[in-house]
Design a protein around this ligand. Structure first.
Ligand SMILES: [Zn+2]
Ligand SMILES: [Zn+2]
Length: 181
């Protein structure tokens, strides 16, 4: 298992700066792995994370767990909550960890040492949760492949919507984050 300092070094290099969010994300990942009995240096460890914010901890959670969005081992939910669930893909056990309260080092205090020595329970809470993955959520070849009946774009992995009997991409069905000029 990599140490807190080792994962912080990797997280800061990836994220681009040292911040409390990097520390909190690594702390969340290490808490989850200790609860699930997993090791981020073991080949046996197969995890999937479900991250509920797009702030700083979102990067360090990925680094400390090795979970990546392009490998389908990292799902992002735009809930605005500093929380994440960690699923052990071998056993099906999962924990959801959330940031309980803001605790900051004193001015001038070493941030990494502060968070390293902070007991998990003071910063974080967890609940055991159940997460059921569908075949369309797993790595491997796409399980479904359709073309949107409105715009014609290809939609994979059952992410389309059926509306008025038509198979549509989400943007055509529900409106998207962009509009055409
Ligand atoms: Zn940051
Ligand atoms: Zn469409």
């Amino acid at each position: 298992m990599r140490t807190f300092e080792e994962d912080m070094k990797l997280a800061v290099a990836y994220h681009g700066h040292l911040c409390s969010g990097q520390c909190i994300g690594v702390k969340m990942a290490h808490y989850a792995m200790s609860l699930l009995g997993l090791d981020n240096e073991s080949e046996e460890t197969k995890m999937k994370v479900f991250v509920e914010c797009d702030r700083c901890p979102a990067d360090s959670i990925g680094i400390a767990t090795g979970c990546r969005i392009g490998r389908r081992s990292y799902s992002f939910y735009d809930y605005g909550i500093i929380a994440a669930s960690f699923l052990d893909m071998n056993t099906g056990k999962a924990v959801r960890i959330y940031h309980k309260k803001r605790i900051h080092p004193e001015d001038g205090e070493d941030m990494i040492a502060f968070y390293k020595n902070l007991p998990f329970e003071e910063l974080l809470s967890y609940r055991n949760v159940k997460i059921e993955l569908k075949p369309c959520d797993l790595a491997g070849p796409p399980v479904e492949d359709i073309n949107c009946e409105q715009c014609g774009e290809n939609v994979i992995d059952s992410r389309h919507v059926v509306k008025n009997g038509k198979k549509l991409c989400r943007t055509c069905a529900e409106g998207g984050y962009y509009s055409f000029l």
